[in-house]
Ligand binder design. Structure first.
Ligand code: 8YV
Length: 329
């Protein structure tokens, strides 16, 4: 009985959501890719006439493919993500249909980890705020900038000791920081201290760095209790996903002085950032730029295309993500 692998699989490529311009151009020029229209009527028209032809979607971690869209792509064989995070793609729906999902791990680890270290130094030493102080002409008028907090030798807790979390730990260890971490389970062979809960971790550190993947499993993992445990002398740094932190609780704690500061590259509803944070000198706000370097985005683009090529050639993927086990699997 011919299986689905024998019958020729539709190989049409569909771009879903905005992508790095050069990648979008390559998809159009070299893969005859279509781009899913944003406008609802045009989108529905496209899906009803061409949905069945689509074999692979290329998207970014910021857009993804949900179950509703997946249902309108009956021949879909893979979702190729530009980005390490894939929390916007419904893995359960994909697994149920045997659809593979890939991401771009490793190639962005250094830049994201550098950003976490940069945010930690900036928020504790208030370099951005001090820079604004000088540019506002306040130094000759108000004198020296107030003293800030030392980064070296501080106790740092990492939520999510994966590739990026480990790279952050390595960097901050070189600053003499004592590293401890919380993850779903202890990491075999890790030289850092495992702490079984996020609250206990926060209670024992000066800086809490969020490096856990987004998704249902980590939704508001850094909640009110964790923020309270971190305390009025504690700092929060997030380079993972806004969804991992209870942003309302975070803003309230900062407004009430129940947290010393926060360095944030990601937010709950990007690109919207709570206005209450805009005027706080003990908060550093970045527009989701952790992997945003020429070198890293080029490497992400290359790995995205390698996954696409592999799927079109063999039906496999170069960097598939771990898929949930389905009851029917
Ligand atoms: C990407 C990211 O910029 O890799 C991720 O998960 O969040 C960023 O590196 C983004 O996903 C691509 O749009």
């Amino acid at each position: 009985m011919p299986t689905e692998h024998d019958t020729p699989q539709p190989r049409s490529v569909l771009q879903v959501g905005p992508l790095k311009p050069s990648l979008a151009q390559t998809l159009a020029d070299q893969y005859a890719a279509s781009a899913l229209p944003d406008e609802p009527a045009a989108r529905d028209a496209f899906l009803s006439s061409h949905g069945g032809e689509i074999g692979v979607v290329v998207t970014s971690g910021r857009t993804g493919v949900d179950a509703a869209l997946m249902a309108q792509l009956p021949s879909l064989g893979a979702v190729v993500n530009f980005g390490v995070g894939y929390d916007t793609t419904d893995l359960d729906a994909a697994a149920a249909r045997g659809i593979g999902v890939s991401n771009t791990p490793d190639v962005l680890t250094d830049c994201v980890a550098d950003t976490a270290v940069g945010l930690t130094i900036d928020v504790m030493r208030q370099f951005s705020a001090a820079d604004r102080y000088v540019r506002a002409g306040r130094w000759p008028v108000e004198g020296n900038y107030p003293l800030t907090r030392q980064v070296s030798n501080k106790r740092v807790g990492i939520i999510g000791l994966g590739r990026i979390g480990s790279a952050i730990a390595l960097r901050l260890s070189a600053f003499g920081c004592a590293i401890s971490y919380h993850s779903r389970r202890p990491v075999d062979g890790s030289r850092y201290q495992y702490v079984p809960s996020a609250v206990e971790l926060a209670a024992g550190v000066d800086v809490l760095v969020v490096a856990a993947a987004g998704g249902a499993g980590t939704q508001r993992l850094v909640d009110r209790d964790v923020i309270a445990a971190l305390g009025a002398d504690g700092y929060l740094v997030n380079i993972a996903r806004g969804s991992v932190v209870d942003e309302v609780a975070l803003v309230e704690a900062l407004e009430a002085g129940r947290l010393a500061g926060a360095g944030l590259d990601v937010f709950a509803d990007e690109p919207n950032v709570p206005e209450a944070l805009w005027t706080m000198d003990n908060v550093v706000l970045l527009p989701h730029v952790a992997s945003g370097t020429v070198e890293t985005r080029a490497a992400m683009e290359d790995l995205t295309l390698r996954n696409l090529d592999e799927f079109l050639r063999t039906g496999g993927l170069v960097t598939p993500v771990p898929m949930p086990v389905t009851t029917s699997g």
